[in-house]
Structures are given as structure tokens and as C-alpha cells.
Ligand binder design. Structure first.
Ligand code: BGC
Length: 551
């Protein structure tokens, strides 16, 4: 095991996470695929940027028919990405720079190429015969929705070898594991122990609501699923204290809350906040923060020691499952004018193109992300405003090579252009000649340096890390304002965001006593006084925001 970072059981509540797919970051050997040695070369960059934890989606042996979420061997390294000793060195390198590493634990399903499945289909009476959900008919559990609506028409697929149907919530090449079988629990625990013993700091629990399915139910969040997560968490707390679990449950916050468990029976330490994300994009186009404010005001309190994970984009589509039908149609009109931009129930584009490449909107969205209750998860490349390529299949549109410098391969690889796992973005506005790390590092006013400054500023403001959230009344449907109040020492921070294209002045009650002065934390010697009536009058230019310190 590598030297672990200083023990801090709640490190994830203060961390800024950075998601990067290994194959997308840096190719060290010219074969066209990013790899662990490339990632090691770029650890200094992540440290310079101010990242606290790296989240790596699956890097295991896989047919790569679902970006690696089709796992063929849970305790190996995909040879395209390097060797186990490269992984160890990467982990060591991250830890020695004070950064933690979270990896994906994909346990709802395996790849059909996994040896367990191959044995299960050919030897029903053998040790893996009952590892998957088999049936003679394909009409069981017909209440359960289909997730990949663009590619799948049923959650059952026929297997010619076993002459039975098997259950799958995602692609048909991803058979679901059978959690009714205690052998599956043991196998999952062994995988978790393997990586924890190596020293990883936590797991993202992929597609976690779907582990159990029973007749008449929706196949989501069944009580046995929660019992399993409680057992996993108990094992981790007992054997590897200080490591964490983050739940990927694309559901409403009240339901997601169950994945955090209770103080007595904890489940995950964190859970992604899915609904707040689309409402940020809704507000950015409509200049109306009503839905966003309501979502934030209705957020249930999380149990002590746990936290939300917040994000703008990730390796998946910008999912629209959490907005209502008319909001979804409206968002498709705004953000997916070309049918190719849609996938399943969402939009397969990156942050910068979604925001029309507008710097003011990028700053507003990121400043909000860094102000929300919970820990922010950034997606690689968004810190330089990378573009996408909607001519690529499925979610690959926003998984193209990281753009390090100018030139056809964007500094990602020394290999031939034809060998790249995906082409570098080449559109005129977003090509590597225009958008790259090297040029932005030397430009003090780049979005990259802005992001870095913001991460460093946030680190100094305890209230923004673990503080409570209280929504404020602004009197304007275009302005979102709230106050984050620190748990311990530190000052409350008032955050205000104008989503409209016009300047607005708002009067906010209930922030601080009359005549007290709030400082703008971005500007030296700039204060705003609360007036005689106890109102804080904030002037906000179009698409702008403030962080104000209450002393
Ligand atoms: C991952 C997806 C993946 C799916 C199936 C998820 O929720 O984020 O990228 O396709 O699980 O594993």
C-alpha cells in the first residue's frame, strides 16, 4: 500500500474532485490511448490547478463497448493503459502530492466478456451458474424502465448458449449480477478489498440503485440494495477507515438521501446531486432561477459527515431525467438544436459549447458550482473550455483527447493521428490550436488561470466548503442568492448570481444587521453596506456574481 495522505475521515467534504478518463488524458507511448504513465506526467498539472482528488472511471480490462463500464476483469489493468505497477506509481504520485484517488466500482453488471458470465452461460450448475439473473421467459419485472432508450428495447436478452434470457439494465452486453446470490456479495467485497488494500481513497458506486429487482417494483432502491450498501460501508469503516463511497443515483434528492443512510446505519459518504445540474442550465438560458432556487431550497439536510457531490458535466450525457416534461422539451430546443446532440434522455455536449463559448456564462456557472452545498466535481478539459465532437458516437462526443498544446494531436500523443482512440476536436472555435493548456497557462486572464484562482480562493473560504445553505429572497426571478454559514470558525459568505442579460440591483433582507459592511472577497477594499432598513443592496452587471463576506 502507498503512503496514505494525512488521516482525515471527512476529507471528501472539503475536496475539489476532477474526473478524468485514463484513455483521454495523456498518451505516453504513442499508441494513441492515454495511459497511467501519461497521467503520472500530468499530476503536477493537477496539483498546480488545485485539485484535491482525482476520480478515475473504469480502467480495467474491457471490450470498451461502454467506455470501460463493461468490465471484463475487476482486478486487472487494461493493457492499453499500462500495467499494475504503473497504477501503483500513479497512486503513489497522487498521494505524495496530497491528492486522493477515487475509482469506479461497477457492480450492477459486468461485461458479457467477463469470465463469470462465460462460465455462467456454459455451466448453469457450476460455481458461477447463479451469478446472473436468468429466466426462461422475458416477461418478468415488466414495470422496470429502460435506461438506454436509444439502443435497447428490453431489459432481457436471449443467450444462445444457455438457452435462457438474462437481465440487463444497460446495454445487452452488460448482464446484471444477481445480488440474490451471496457469492456475488463476497466477490464484490473481494474486489473492494483488493483496491482499498492498494490504497485507493474511495469508490464511486456506479448505477447503484439497480442492484436488486423484484416483481411489481421499479427495480430501483429496493430495501435489499440499501442493506447491501450498509454492509459494504460497514466493512470499509472497519477494515479501511477514512475511505469513502459516492453514490451515482440519478433520482430526486429525497430518494438519493437514502443512499447516505443514517448516522447509525451509514451507506455512502456522498451522493451526486442530479437535479440541481439541469436547473443551472435552465436558468442560464431562461434567466429565470425559480426552478433552481426551489431545488436548492428543498434539498433535504444530509446526515452528519456526509455531503452532496455537485457537477456541471461529466463523462455521460447532460441528463434531463430530473426536470419535468415541458422543461425537458424546452432544454432540448435550447441546447440540442441538432438531433445528433441528443442521446437517451439527455444531451451529449460539453460545457463550453453548451454555453456558446461565452466566458461570462462559463464563469457564472463555475462560480455557482463552487458555491453550492457539497463538493464540486470538475470534468477534465472544462477548465480550459474544451469543445466536443457530435459526429462521434454516443457519449464519446465529449470524451475526446485532452488538449495540452497546439498542433493536430493537441500534445496528447506523439503517435500517428490515425492511431488516436478518438480524434482531437478540430472545429475552428475549439481546435487544439485555439484551446489548449500551454497557451492558457501563460495567459493570466485565461479561463484556466481564472479556474485555478477560484479553486484557491474557495479553499480559503470554509463556509463554501462545509457551510450550511440558506436561500435568500432577492425580489428578482433572475437573481439567485443564498448564504453559506460555516460550521466552525470562519465568516458566512453571501453568494449572489444574476442570470439575466441585463444589470439588476437587488435588495436582500436577512443577511446582516443594518450598517454592517460585507467585503467582496475577490476585490480588495470593496465593501457593501447593509442599509438602515437592514437590506443588502447588491448591484449585479449582466451574467455576473458576487461572493460577499459577512464579518
Ligand atoms: C455510467 C455510464 C455507464 C453506465 C453503465 C453509468 O451510470 O456513468 O457511463 O454507461 O453506468 O455502466
Amino acid at each position: 500500500m502507498t503512503v496514505q495522505p494525512a488521516f482525515d475521515p471527512e476529507w471528501y467534504r472539503k475536496a475539489v474532485f476532477y474526473e478524468v478518463m485514463v484513455r483521454s488524458f495523456k498518451d505516453s507511448n504513442g499508441d494513441g490511448f492515454g495511459d497511467f504513465r501519461g497521467l503520472i506526467e500530468k499530476l503536477d498539472y493537477l496539483q498546480w490547478l488545485g485539485i484535491d482528488a482525482v476520480w478515475l472511471p473504469p480502467f480495467f480490462p474491457s471490450p470498451l463497448l461502454d467506455g470501460g463500464y463493461d468490465v471484463a476483469d475487476y482486478t486487472g489493468i487494461n493493457p492499453l493503459y499500462g500495467s499494475m505497477s504503473d497504477f501503483d506509481e500513479f497512486l503513489e504520485g497522487a498521494h505524495s502530492r496530497g491528492m486522493r484517488v477515487v475509482i469506479d466500482l461497477v457492480i450492477n453488471h459486468t461485461s458479457s466478456a467477463h469470465d463469470w458470465f462465460q462460465q455462467s452461460r456454459s455451466d448453469p450448475a457450476g460455481p458461477f451458474g447463479d451469478f446472473y439473473v436468468w429466466s426462461d421467459t422475458n416477461d418478468k419485472f415488466d414495470n422496470v424502465r429502460i435506461i438506454f432508450t436509444d439502443t435497447e428495447t428490453s431489459n432481457w436478452a436471449w443467450d444462445d448458449v444457455r438457452q435462457q434470457f438474462y437481465w440487463h439494465r444497460f446495454f445487452s452486453h452488460q448482464p446484471d449480477l444477481n445480488f440474490e446470490n451471496p457469492g456475488v456479495h463476497e466477490a464484490v467485497f473481494d474486489i473492494a478489498r483488493f483496491w482499498l488494500a492498494k490504497g485507493v481513497d474511495g469508490f464511486r458506486l456506479d448505477a447503484i440503485p439497480y442492484l436488486y429487482v423484484s416483481e411489481g417494483n421499479s427495480g430501483e432502491s429496493e430495501p435489499e440494495t440499501h442493506a447491501f450498501i450498509q454492509a459494504l460501508r460497514a466493512m470499509i469503516d472497519r477494515e479501511f477507515p477514512g475511505r469513502m463511497l459516492v453514490a451515482e443515483a440519478n433520482q430526486q434528492p429525497r430518494e438519493v438521501l437514502e443512499y447516505l443512510g443514517t448516522v447509525e446505519t451509514p451507506e455512502c459518504n456522498m451522493a451526486f446531486n442530479f437535479p440541481v445540474m439541469p436547473y443551472i442550465f435552465y436558468a442560464l438560458k431562461s434567466a429565470d432561477v425559480t426552478g433552481l432556487a426551489a431545488t436548492l431550497n428543498d434539498l433535504p439536510a444530509v446526515p452528519d459527515g456526509s455531503a452532496w457531490g455537485v457537477f456541471l458535466r461529466n463523462h455521460d450525457e447532460l441528463t434531463l431525467e430530473m426536470v419535468n416534461d415541458s422543461e425537458r422539451e424546452q432544454m432540448y430546443d435550447w441546447y440540442a438544436p441538432e438531433p445528433r446532440m441528443k442521446v437517451n434522455v439527455g444531451i451529449r455536449r460539453r460545457l463550453a459549447p453548451l454555453l456558446d463559448g461565452r466566458r461570462d456564462k462559463l464563469e457564472l456557472a463555475n462560480a455557482l458550482l463552487l458555491s453550492l452545498p457539497g463538493s464540486p466535481f470538475l470534468y477534465y478539459g472544462d477548465e480550459i473550455g474544451m469543445g466536443d465532437n457530435i459526429w462521434l458516437d454516443d457519449r464519446d462526443a465529449s470524451r475526446t483527447p485532452m488538449q495540452w498544446s497546439a498542433g493536430e494531436a493537441g500534445g496528447f500523443s506523439q503517435g500517428s493521428i490515425d492511431s488516436l482512440y478518438l480524434p482531437v476536436v478540430s472545429s475552428p472555435e475549439y481546435s487544439s490550436d485555439v484551446v489548449n493548456v500551454e497557451s492558457q497557462m501563460t495567459n493570466p486572464s485565461s479561463i484556466l488561470n481564472w479556474t485555478r484562482d477560484m479553486l484557491s480562493l474557495r479553499k480559503s473560504l470554509f463556509a463554501l466548503q462545509t457551510g450550511t445553505y440558506r436561500g435568500l429572497t432577492t425580489g428578482s426571478s433572475s437573481v439567485l442568492a443564498f448564504v453559506r454559514e460555516p460550521e466552525g470558525p470562519g465568516n458566512p459568505i453571501v453568494c449572489a448570481f444574476n442570470f439575466s442579460e441585463s444589470p439588476i440591483t437587488v435588495s436582500i433582507p436577512g443577511v446582516a444587521p443594518a450598517n454592517s459592511v460585507l467585503d467582496d472577497v475577490r476585490l480588495v477594499n470593496s465593501g457593501i453596506e447593509v442599509n438602515e432598513d437592514g437590506l443588502l443592496e447588491v448591484e449585479l452587471p449582466p451574467m455576473s456574481w458576487h461572493w460577499l463576506r459577512v464579518s
